[in-house]
Design a protein around this ligand. Structure first.
Ligand SMILES: Cc1cc2nc3c(=O)[nH]c(=O)nc-3n(C[C@H](O)[C@H](O)[C@H](O)COP(=O)(O)OP(=O)(O)OC[C@H]3O[C@@H](n4cnc5c(N)ncnc54)[C@H](O)[C@@H]3O)c2cc1C
Length: 467
């Protein structure tokens, strides 16, 4: 049984529906029984959910439209699966649901260099888009650790963020056009890629970040960016979170067009990631806070400017120590340290990971208050906090004996400091109990009205975001 859902067991799949699906779709698009790989039943963290009634794998928008229409007519609830790397539990199967996977929607178009766009099917992996852009001497603006498995459709549905949001924006900013299919099979296609189109509502925006509750994204026209000629990063030891925020503000002021990432690692996450990787310390100085920043510049002068600005920060005591990458190998090694943070925390039991955001100016106060609230719950709490400080986004990860009480304490502190209980991973199922801390009653009511308008029988991702 799936402990996360109240959905009653509504019996086996309707044979009439299965018959109609089998008649209308190619064999590869419908799997039942033992033909369904068990992997769909487990989430990213290895938690079992439920056995799907059947598995739909449409290979075209037309097949997707037919599959949705028939399921809607028979009232068959569906959970949409992309790469299943989501961290909010949304793709865990509820009892009675069938899985709709985008794994066969993998058409990847050619890069349109003149327009700076690339068309991708919903099931294309993010990394494939990045590589296609690079092959055309362009770049894609979003990068996340799960790039090899996460799909473009999943990225749209979660409005994925990642490490370069401060330069390129969230996934929403990468979408030049979008096609989505509603629960009743209606295809809404807006793939012209027009910069300006104020002819009524911009319906595309509704699907971005809607976590599969309003429709299934089938194709996306993605914006590409000029590839930087020079890239460099630096690891900086700083005396406090306040100093990290001040350093961020200074870099943004002095390197406005080249600063592309500014990541924060508190000492617990930094030391843990180092130990996990088994690599030597890149900096001899020990500090409570570390920053990993990156510039992407049109020429080598941009790299040199980063070193100059950091040197000034060192002289003024804003930074305690710094190392600037001098080669591609060093550049990648510093990023590997940052990417080791989630791997390191996943290797522990009793971990609670909260993806939250707070206004940058209140980040230090939030961290102090959250710690003060958590230690009485479990004095042995271990803190492994890291995040994208440029966007006020913290991955507030702790090891605690009481995860439920700790989560409540963290989200209440987030709300008290004007933040959001979900910065980039969405609400899914896991964060539903706290949605009202970030959204007003009126906002949630408006979301429900949208859901009812787009999916009146609630067949798509039922019980995700809200009940
Ligand atoms: C190691 C690691 C690092 C990560 N780093 C980041 C990060 O830096 N930033 C970040 O934002 N996230 C990050 N994530 C979370 C995750 O990778 C993103 O949420 C990603 O966008 C999910 O894509 P997916 O294809 O795996 O979607 P899934 O997990 O399959 O689905 C996620 C949600 O989207 C829905 N969905 C999927 N495809 C579609 C579609 N075609 N149409 C409609 N709905 C759909 C699902 O039903 C579900 O609600 C990370 C995850 C891991 C494991």
């Amino acid at each position: 049984m799936n402990e996360h859902f109240d959905t009653p067991d509504i019996g086996a799949a309707d044979p009439a529906l299965l018959r109609r699906l089998a008649e209308a779709l190619p064999a590869a698009a419908l799997l039942t029984g033992a033909a369904i790989d068990p992997r769909y039943q487990f989430d990213r963290r290895g938690r079992f959910s439920a056995t799907p009634r059947f598995l739909l794998r449409p290979g075209t928008t037309g097949e997707l439209s037919i599959a949705l229409r028939l399921c809607e007519e028979h009232g068959q609830p569906l959970v949409v699966h992309g790469g299943r790397t989501g961290l909010s539990g949304a793709h865990r199967i509820a009892t009675g649901e069938a899985v709709l996977s985008t794994e066969r929607l993998t058409a990847l178009g050619a890069v349109d260099a003149a327009a700076g766009t690339l068309e991708a099917g919903a099931g294309v992996a993010l990394q494939a888009v990045q590589e296609a852009a690079e092959a055309a001497d362009l770049m894609f603006g979003v990068d996340i650790g799960a790039r090899g498995s996460a799909t473009i459709g999943g990225n749209v549905a979660t409005n994925a963020g990642g490490i370069r949001v401060l330069r390129y924006g969230m996934f929403r900013a990468q979408v030049a056009g979008l096609e989505a299919v509603l629960a009743d099979g209606t295809v809404l296609s807006s793939m012209r890629g027009l910069e300006k189109d104020n002819s009524g509502y911009d319906l595309r925006q509704l699907f971005i970040g809607s976590e599969g509750t309003l429709g299934v994204v089938s194709r996306v026209l993605l914006r590409l960016h000029p590839r930087p000629e020079a890239e460099a990063n630096a690891l900086v030891a700083v005396p406090s979170v306040e100093a990290a925020v001040a350093l961020h503000d200074r870099l943004r002021r002095l390197l406005p067009s080249t600063l592309s990432a500014f990541e924060l690692l508190l000492d617990g996450a930094f030391e843990g990631a180092l130990a996990h990787m088994g690599t030597p310390r890149p900096l001899s100085t020990r500090a409570p806070v570390y920053v990993l920043c990156e510039v992407q510049a049109p020429d080598a002068a941009g790299e040199a400017r980063l070193a100059e600005v950091l040197m000034e920060a060192l002289e003024e005591g804003l930074a305690l120590d710094a190392v600037v990458s001098q080669s591609r190998r060093e550049f990648l090694a510093l990023w590997a340290l940052r990417e080791a943070c989630p791997e390191f925390v996943r290797a522990h039991d009793g971990i609670l990971g909260c993806d939250v955001s707070v206004p940058r100016g209140r980040m230090a106060a939030f961290l102090t208050a959250a710690r003060a609230a958590l230690l009485p719950i479990d004095p042995a709490t271990l803190f492994f906090v890291f995040g994208h400080i440029g966007d006020g986004n913290l991955h507030y990860v702790i090891r605690t004996a009481d995860r439920a009480a700790a989560a409540e304490a963290i989200y209440r502190q987030v709300a008290a400091h004007g933040g959001s209980i979900s910065a980039e991973h969405g609400i899914g199922v896991d964060k539903k109990p706290w949605l009202a801390l970030s959204r007003s009653t009126a906002e949630i009511a408006a979301m429900r009205r949208l859901k009812a308008a787009f999916d009146p029988r609630a067949i798509l991702n039922r019980g995700r975001i809200f009940d």
